[in-house]
Design a protein around this ligand. Structure first.
Ligand SMILES: [Zn+2]
Length: 389
């Protein structure tokens, strides 16, 4: 039988659709198995080892880089943001709506129930995205070159962190920054275009059953951010934080992928503070006295990384005069795989919940911890460095 060109085209289209459906079904089937395994593994986390207590310091955790209806790209209401923060067990959130004077008249600040809210703003200018944290008044930054904006903010006691360091590289020209985002949820979700088809299939078929597990499939070691950070800390102290970049504005196929509650549980910045109040939080953030953790995998509260000799102790973020006999140590509340990284290179590994190392030379030393859940090892904890100078 002879077919007309139109019939041939119809058959070809039909075959393509059938192949795509078959591929989707296969992918979603393999997905379901590993997602179920991951869920079981997440829900059966062994109880945390007794968290070692940092002397006289509380380990508080929060979400940083949060948008509300005061940003053009979010509709989030204060009540739902606070409810999500409470549900995620957070101690604090740092609001960073896009440039808008209303942040200072309508925006949240201070204690809201049990959540401490710090006011900030996200400034995008000259190919840089900056989080200005702890702002007291609006600055019309577009009037000034960006370096002058940073200088003015710093003179006002505001902390300035580079956000989206890989997509907005303009921060690298600036001086006086307190730190950078070493992880940003949005950047991680969009960094592998080749995975979009799998994401699409998962959202279509399995997201309703496994929302957290599907969301976890975006998670990778933030290679570029860590590279920038390891390079930059060679010549300056630069604290690392996690950007939740929470907007609650991604809806695909009728599914809300990023409700605040999920963004807030996914990754947190932990800070070691003498008390939970704004000055203590801001001091710890600027000093890098803390770490970031993907608490959705297992709560990391109690993680410690420090240095000690016979006479005293130092915490993450501190500069320590290098001398013989100093020990770098890390302790985690869940067993996993530890790595001690000096100037970007692994110098020691550990299995379990503890790591110890006696450095023989100066350098910038930080710790990463991985956790095995489901089928794979996941990034879990990234500490701030200790600077042995
Ligand atoms: Zn943002």
């Amino acid at each position: 039988m002879l077919m007309t060109p139109k019939q041939k085209r119809t058959i070809r289209k039909g075959l393509v659709v059938a192949a795509l459906l078959l591929l989707s079904a296969t992918l979603s089937c393999t997905s379901t198995k590993s997602l179920e395994k991951l869920r079981r593994s997440l829900s059966s986390s062994p109880p945390a080892a007794q968290p070692p207590s940092a002397e006289n310091l509380l380990d508080v955790r929060g979400a940083i880089h949060v948008h509300s209806y005061l940003s053009h790209d979010s509709q989030g209401r204060p009540e739902e943001i606070l409810q999500a923060a409470a549900d995620a067990g957070l101690d604090f959130i740092i609001m960073t709506d896009h440039t808008n004077p209303k942040i200072f008249t309508e925006g949240m600040e201070g204690w809201q129930g049990k959540i401490l809210v710090i006011r900030g703003m996200e400034i995008i200018q000259e190919r840089a995205s900056l989080l200005a944290i702890g702002m007291k008044e609006f600055i019309d930054h577009k009037q000034f070159p960006l370096q002058e904006v940073v200088d003015r903010l710093k003179a006002d006691g505001v902390l300035v962190f580079a956000a989206h360091p890989r997509t907005y590289p303009g921060w690298r020209r600036l001086t006086g920054l307190d730190g950078i985002e070493i992880y940003d949820i949005f950047d991680d979700a969009t960094d592998h275009k080749s995975r979009y088809f799998q994401y699409f299939v998962d959202i279509l078929f399995v997201f309703n059953r496994y929302p957290d597990e599907v969301f976890l499939s975006i998670l990778d070691r933030p290679e570029k951010e860590l590279l920038f950070w390891d390079q930059a800390t060679q010549s300056q102290r630069l604290a690392g934080l996690a950007g939740n970049d929470a907007h609650q504005n991604v809806r695909v196929l009728g599914r809300q992928l990023d409700p605040y509650s999920r963004s807030f549980r996914f990754v947190n910045t932990h800070l070691l503070v003498p008390a939970l109040d704004p000055p203590s939080l801001l001091n710890a953030l600027a000093a890098g006295r803390g770490y970031i953790a993907f608490d959705i995998l297992a709560e990391a509260t109690g993680f410690l990384y420090g240095a000690q000799d016979k006479k005293r102790d130092w915490r993450m973020g501190e500069e320590v005069p290098f001398h013989e006999g100093i020990e770098l140590y890390a302790l985690t509340p869940q067993p996993g795989r530890g790595r001690l990284i000096k100037d970007g290179v692994v110098v020691q590994t550990a299995e379990g919940t503890a790591l110890s190392f006696y450095p023989k030379e100066k350098g910038v030393y930080r710790v990463e911890w991985l956790l095995h859940r489901g089928d794979r090892w996941w990034p879990w904890i990234y500490s701030n460095p200790i600077y042995l100078r």
